[in-house]
Design a protein around this ligand. Structure first.
Ligand SMILES: Nc1ncnc2c1ncn2[C@@H]1O[C@H](COP(=O)(O)OP(=O)(O)OP(=O)(O)O)[C@@H](O)[C@H]1O
Length: 305
């Protein structure tokens, strides 16, 4: 786990002299583009760094995703290690969310979306036509950009999944699951005296931690997070990042983020996507201190984004 400080100056200090220091997220949009990254030729299917791991939870090979005639993911191969936190970064529209959503078949609901290649979770085909997608999504939970609690009580939000999956036989068992999930999501103290209140009355940060509790409640093995902090203030963001660090002991976590500081703080490995290609994957420190591909370097130093 990366323990870099949230502050940019501290982070830059840790990266060392001469390193490719990511510019602060707040300054990236103002940076002038000095070259034309869109003109860089990327060899399809070629990823530099270490895309494969010794103990993969997900084994993803030659994955192609299209929306109608448009290819959004181009021949990507990647392992996601058991109990690792991997961050997906890259410019807007490069395919991070599309690739993330393949991992629990969230793209199934998009009619024009076609997924090709081999995608395995624990050596079993995720896209097997006989696979129970509801069971898959219980194993591979998801937290979205915008907190999306159900318009129900705090208790019922967390109890929803365990109820539909039949995980508790008695009310006391359900109570235990709700309490444990809220504790793991760091929300128990704030929620314990208002379990019957509407979840929609909580702050944005609390709602996002409730969504994490809701995902945890069905005992997933993997948690997918699609920009989970983009609607949160810095304090709520820090709380969710702490939670990611705590959860990484028990779960495999894949996080899409636009914040390179966040990727540096929370992830073990970072994957850099560019126009549907997976350009580079490596240990997070390596990606941010000595990126191997010029496009990765241009992105993390703020030359485009
Ligand atoms: N439902 C959809 N229908 C058609 N095209 C889509 C759909 N979702 C995404 N795309 C296209 O697929 C490409 C990749 O989009 P995706 O959202 O995966 O990128 P991203 O890297 O997550 O972007 P962002 O950082 O802006 O969220 C884009 O060209 C996008 O327009």
């Amino acid at each position: 786990m990366n323990t870099m400080s949230p502050s940019i100056s501290a982070e830059a200090g840790m990266l060392g002299k001469g390193a490719a220091v990511p510019v602060p997220d707040s300054q990236r949009k103002d940076t002038l583009m000095e070259d034309k990254p869109e003109d860089t030729v990327i060899e399809e299917g070629k990823t530099v760094g270490q895309p494969f791991t010794a103990d993969p939870k997900f084994k993803l090979r030659n994955v192609d995703v299209s929306y109608g005639a448009d290819r959004a993911i181009k021949n990507i191969s990647l392992d996601i290690g058991r109990n690792e936190v991997i961050a997906f970064i890259g410019p807007s529209g490069c395919g991070k969310s599309t690739f993330l959503r393949c991992l629990n078949r969230m793209n199934d609901s998009i009619d024009i979306c076609r997924v090709k290649g081999s995608l395995e979770l624990d050596d079993q085909n995720i896209y097997d036509s006989k696979r129970d997608v509801v069971e898959l999504r219980a194993r591979v939970g998801m937290v979205f950009q915008k907190p999306n609690p159900f318009p129900k009580s705090i208790y019922d939000n967390v109890a929803y999944g365990p109820r539909i999956h039949g995980l508790a036989n008695r009310k006391s068992e359900l109570d235990d699951i709700v309490e444990n999930s809220l504790r793991k999501a760091g929300l128990w103290n704030e929620a314990k005296d208002r379990l019957d209140s509407m979840a929609t009355g909580m702050s944005g940060g609390q709602q996002q931690r409730l969504c994490i509790a809701r995902a945890i409640a069905v005992s997933p093995e993997v948690i997918l997070m699609d920009e989970p902090c983009s609607a949160l203030d810095p304090i709520a963001t820090a709380r969710v990042e702490e939670l990611i660090a705590e959860m990484s002991e028990s779960y495999t976590i894949v996080i899409v983020t636009h914040s390179m500081q966040q990727a540096a703080r929370v992830s073990n490995r970072t994957a850099y996507f560019h126009m549907g290609h997976l350009v580079e994957v490596n240990k997070t420190d390596t990606v941010f201190t000595s990126p191997q591909h010029p496009l990765t370097e241009s992105y993390i130093t703020g030359r485009f984004g």
